[in-house]
Design a protein around this ligand. Sequence first.
Ligand SMILES: [Zn+2]
Length: 228
Amino acid sequence: MPEWFHQSIVTCCNEETFIHESAYIDEPCQIGHGTNIMHFCHIMSNSVIGSHCQIGHNVTIASGVLVGNNVRVLNNAMLNSGVILEDEVFCGPSTVFAPLKYMRGEAGNISTIHPTLVKHGANIGAQTTIASGLTIGQHTFVESGSVIDRNIPDFALVCGNPVQFAGWRCECGQILKFSGKDQTTCPRCGKQYIQQSEVEIIQLATGSSTHDPHIQPSSTIRDFEEFH
Ligand SMILES: [Zn+2]
């Protein structure tokens, strides 16, 4: 590891946190241990960043944003107020979360913030734009350059502008094929999935081999039906 890497550690966080001297940190905010915040970032007050996160160059994290643990936010991304990233989310470079649902330029015309939730393990490709007030499901895979204007269900693979459904991916990243059946097993990692409908799949618990009628989908997202 290069010598400069630990030169700019700030004591306001903890000894394992690295914040480059060119970054602005508006206190109060919380930054977890083992998190790295690189050059020219702006972390605004009342935001929370978890442990072992990687925040790339020139990233803006606005007031009230919540970032979980082991999250990667790459260069030039913009996380506006209301954004919540759960653990292990990946935001590619120049990802933009729209600031508000309804906004005009006049001074004082600020609408209510609508939370945008990105669930555990979601992968958002470079230069994706995400409208305010949406939910992106766990382990979804958003291709680079997408424009997200609706909710995205768990494990979905989506792309384009307007965003289109392109398939399902396993938690491990493998493409899932149901081939007319309602259940499939990932050929790479062995995890099992059940297709509840054209717009919804759920993952079975490890070791489960049959459909458990008590399993509930983690989310029910009707907007996704617009893809079909
Ligand atoms: Zn898998």
